[in-house]
Design a binder for this molecule. Structure first.
Ligand SMILES: NC(=O)c1ccc[n+]([C@@H]2O[C@H](COP(=O)([O-])OP(=O)(O)OC[C@H]3O[C@@H](n4cnc5c(N)ncnc54)[C@H](O)[C@@H]3O)[C@@H](O)[C@H]2O)c1
Length: 248
């Protein structure tokens, strides 16, 4: 028996990195998946892979910063599977154009906020009504070690992820009465393809990670826990998955 048997889950940013590793594990644990990503081809391939292994997956091409497209995606997911129990607002990431707030292009600030904060806001806005209809559910947001400790050099991204932390706590309080749990995973350095290309060997967070950098597959079990009924008394938590970097 799978730990997510019968759960209808929607994951954004599913086509690569942490989202893809999590989708694979969710499928193994019995979840019925809606995969949402801006990269249509890679997302379709993942859905095919899950179908081939006997799972259930629907691939939707969506930009998480587009309100209309997000509302439609959530409706499609609920229609396909008869409702929704789990939302993982995972799409996000820093870019190489980020930096000091005194120097970055102002467009980069809005890009970071749109992708990393507004995308999750829309996921909650259009997902919560479906979770209410299901009698409760779980929202997982994607924070970052940058929101928990003082770092510099990716100021736009850091500001966006700080918003994720406070949003997570606020929504946890607001929706507990409806049995909707809202938590966040806070990764440190996770060696996804994007991060391998972005991060130097002497990146300060990477150097001070006691257990060393993580792989995308290291984050997936935490998401399974937060999505499953095993975490039924856990809400408003920001769970670090950073190899110990936030306690140094
Ligand atoms: N990898 C790390 O070291 C690290 C550290 C801290 C936090 N995180 C967070 O974890 C989450 C996943 O990161 P990752 O490293 O796996 O990233 P990734 O780049 O490997 O995957 C992100 C996915 O999101 C998709 N995406 C990008 N923009 C989108 C949009 N507008 N609409 C829909 N989909 C979009 C991409 O196509 C991609 O498939 C992000 O929120 C990131 O900020 C990652």
């Amino acid at each position: 028996m799978g730990r997510l048997d019968g759960k209808r889950a929607l994951i954004t940013g599913s086509a690569s990195g942490i989202g893809r590793a999590t989708a694979r594990l969710f499928a193994k644990e019995g979840a019925r998946l809606t995969l949402c990503d801006i990269k249509a081809k890679e997302n379709d391939q993942l859905a095919e892979e899950i179908l081939d292994m006997g799972g259930e997956a629907l691939s939707i091409h969506v930009d998480v910063g587009d309100p209309e497209a997000m509302q439609t995606a959530f409706q499609q997911a609920a229609t396909a599977f008869g409702g929704l129990d789990v939302i993982y607002n995972n799409a996000g990431g820093a870019t190489g154009n980020d930096g000091l707030i005194t120097e970055i292009e102002l467009d980069e600030f809005w890009h970071a906020i749109r992708l990393n904060l507004f995308g999750a806001v829309l996921g909650c806005r259009y997902g919560i009504p479906h979770l209410i209809e299901a009698g409760g559910g779980a929202i997982i947001n994607s924070a970052s070690i940058r929101a928990l400790i003082g770092t510099s050099g990716a100021d736009a991204y850091t500001a966006a992820k700080g918003g994720i932390v406070t949003l997570t706590r606020a929504l946890a309080l607001q929706w507990a009465h409806a049995r909707i749990r809202v938590n966040a995973i806070s990764p440190g350095v996770v060696l996804t393809d994007r991060v391998r290309g972005l991060l130097s060997d002497d990146d300060p967070i990477r150097l001070k990670t006691p257990l060393g950098p993580s792989e995308p597959e290291d984050a997936a079990p935490l998401a399974v826990y937060l999505a499953s009924d095993e975490s039924r008394q856990v809400t408003g938590a920001i769970l670090p998955m950073d190899g110990g970097a936030s306690v140094v």
